[in-house]
Design a protein around this ligand. Structure first.
Ligand SMILES: [Zn+2]
Length: 643
């Protein structure tokens, strides 16, 4: 038994109605046929594989149908049958591949033959494919013919490069530009084909094929053909598609994004290692990462209701990505996308793409060294989130952070008079920066828990590393969703897995409001149950406030005091408004030298991110910090004292 014909040949359309994604061309052509106003020469241009030659054949068939010319050929007359898909072809419809027959001699021969009347059909139709390959002399030889053809003659030039068709010919044709087929249209078409073929295909595979086909129907069908050929009885699966097409599996991209969001360099570089180990192409990985970042930018920019149609994602993917987007600020996302995009350009032709990939990721992690406007934007966004994290429990203003659409309404406590403006900045920032020094000094336990977190590389616990848990997290979230929707919303929008160690899973929530809501509503118990159900592990659940922000060593230190010393993770509102003097006071001992807390603090910083520019935090005053982080100029020192 012969193998079946390739898909794109079996499903080549016979009528304009069946041509997908080119309505702007097929519509007018059908109308011209309907009204019998067909021109004597056409130029079909457009990218390859999007239907130019096919449309030329359809046009020829429509012209020569006995009942025509008609946009809907009868399909039964001799000409129709001959020119149908799989038919023998007609002597009066001549296809010429100009790539091999574009010389002046070929053109002269064509010219001589063209004057003879058609054998059977109404018109003699010349379809000249790859018309840009016709030489200038060849075109000149055809010029007169195209200009004043005999009544029985029709020309259709098809080309990917209309600019290379000489102007004198082009001006005598009707030019129809074909376009790449939109992903949505192509995706639906592929699904229809699979249904016709009786092939099972995972819906997530379709966007991959569409991407691989890059808008070309023929290329997409070839890819689909290959996947169907390589699939087993269970049909075309996602894993088969990513492996065959060389795409980075979603899980690797997820891990990368998680690591970037958590500012977790260790995991990030472990993922890159895995990318190389599993034989993925670094460039492809960067491309896929860029694609994901783009999706995240769209999600963070467009209101949830309007997203459908903008992204080639299923509903639950959108949900998962919303969670990821919520953990970045928009400036951070666009900046990361810029860096990856630039990195991709640099990688072209590079001999060590892995190196460039790693440097690229390092740059994303380090907005601190980036003095460009984007870098500053990313830093300000981080600070803003940090501040909103501190203040949110007090301000009834969840709208302050657009990147967290579902931020739970904060618990009502004494509202602060000060707006989240300059005063707040001045107050909160040094407070946050100085707390670690204090905490560290007070609680040695903080040190311990902190240092246990120090190596960010995957930590093996009960066979499950941090990376594993992050990877399995969507499943855990699904369990949570079944148990209690409220907790699920909290976790999926505002939380990430911070750490896994010693049968304790640490969940980082973006602000104190989220954390309090999580704990007060028994979220930890729900999550524990979900972990048992999904992963089969009975772990204690710790919830900390963690805004992914390496510039805040304080946070890590302070929050990690949480698990050991239950209460103090969130300081009471008053304490948060530590005034500048108190903040300075707290820093002073660390500045003054070799006391133990100073060393501790230095450690904290280097553990969180040892290549950060603020390693020397301890030596900075709050003013310096503000100036450096925000570009602030402190003009009135006395005001704070009186405040
Ligand atoms: Zn017919």
């Amino acid at each position: 038994m012969d193998a079946p014909l390739a898909l794109y040949r079996r499903y080549r359309p016979d009528t304009f109605v069946d041509v997908i994604g080119q309505a702007h061309v097929t519509g007018p052509l059908s109308a011209a046929l309907e009204n019998n106003r067909v021109s004597h020469a056409y130029l079909f241009s457009g990218p390859r594989g999007c239907g130019k030659t096919t449309s030329a054949r359809i046009l020829a068939r429509a012209l020569n149908c006995e009942t025509g010319p008609s946009p809907t050929p009868c399909g039964t007359c001799e000409s129709c049958v001959e020119l149908a898909r799989g038919g023998p072809g007609s002597v009066d419809v001549i296809e010429i591949d100009a790539a091999s027959h574009g010389g002046v001699d070929d053109a002269r021969e064509l010219r001589e033959r063209a004057f003879f009347a058609p054998m059977k059909a109404r018109y003699k139709v010349y379809i000249i494919d790859e018309a840009h390959m016709v030489t200038t002399q060849g075109f000149n030889a055809l010029l007169k013919l195209v200009e004043e053809p005999p009544a029985h003659l029709r020309f259709i030039f098809a080309t990917t490069e209309p600019d290379k068709v000489i102007g004198t010919i082009r001006s005598r044709t009707h030019h129809y530009p074909f376009r790449l087929v939109p992903p949505k249209v192509l995706g639906d078409y592929l699904l229809d084909l699979c249904a016709l073929e009786g092939v099972t295909i995972e819906p997530t595979v379709v966007p991959l094929i569409v991407r691989a086909g890059a808008g070309s129907v023929r290329d997409s069908l070839s890819v689909l053909d290959q996947l169907i050929g390589g699939s087993g009885p269970e049909g075309v699966s996602y894993s088969l598609a990513t492996a065959l097409l060389g795409y980075t599996p979603d899980s690797l991209i997820d891990q990368t994004i998680d690591a970037l969001a958590a500012d977790d360099g260790g995991t990030l570089f472990a993922v890159i290692d895995k990318v190389i180990d599993t034989g993925q192409d670094p460039r492809r990985f960067a491309e896929d990462l860029l694609h994901r970042l783009r999706d995240l930018v769209v999600i963070s920019t467009v209101p949830p209701g309007a997203i459908q149609g903008l992204l080639e994602l299923s509903g639950d993917q959108v949900e998962r990505l919303s969670g990821q987007a919520a953990r970045f600020g928009r400036p951070e996302l666009t900046r990361a996308a810029d860096i990856v995009s630039q990195g991709l350009t640099d990688m072209r032709g590079a001999t060590a793409p892995r190196l460039l990939l790693e440097l690229m990721c390092a740059r994303i992690l380090l907005p601190g060294i980036d003095s460009s406007a984007e870098g500053l934007g990313a830093r300000v966004a981080r600070l803003e989130r940090r501040l909103s994290g501190v203040g949110e429990a007090d301000h009834a203003a969840p709208a302050r952070s657009p990147s967290r659409p579902l931020a739970p309404s904060p618990s009502p406590s004494q509202p602060l008079a000060a707006p989240p403006a300059a005063v707040d900045l001045v107050d909160a920032s040094p407070a946050a920066e100085t707390q670690p020094a204090r905490q560290a000094a007070q609680s040695p336990a903080a040190l311990e828990s902190n240092s246990s977190e120090a190596p960010p590389a995957p930590v093996e616990v009960a066979g499950l590393s941090l990376v594993d848990v992050r990877q399995l997290w969507p499943g855990v979230l699904d369990r949570v969703k079944k148990l209690r929707r409220y907790t699920w919303i909290l976790l999926s929008q505002n939380a990430h897995v911070k750490d896994v160690a010693d049968r304790v899973i640490t969940i980082g929530l973006v602000n104190s409001g989220a954390r309090d809501n999580f704990l007060s509503r028994g979220g930890d118990e729900i999550l524990r149950q979900a972990l048992i159900d999904e992963l089969g592990v009975d772990w204690r659940v710790e919830a900390i406030i963690d805004i992914p922000d390496s510039n805040a060593p304080s946070r890590t230190a302070r929050e990690h005091a949480g698990p050991t010393a239950p209460a103090p993770a969130v300081a009471p509102a008053d304490e948060r408004r530590v005034d500048v003097e108190a903040a300075k006071e707290a820093i002073r001992p660390t500045r003054n030298g070799a006391s133990k807390p100073a060393a501790t603090h230095q450690d904290d910083v280097s553990e969180v991110r040892d290549d950060d520019e603020i390693v020397d935090d301890a030596a900075l005053s709050s003013h310096d910090l503000l100036a450096r982080e925000l570009g602030a100029q402190i003009i009135d020192d006395i005001r704070h004292d009186s405040a």
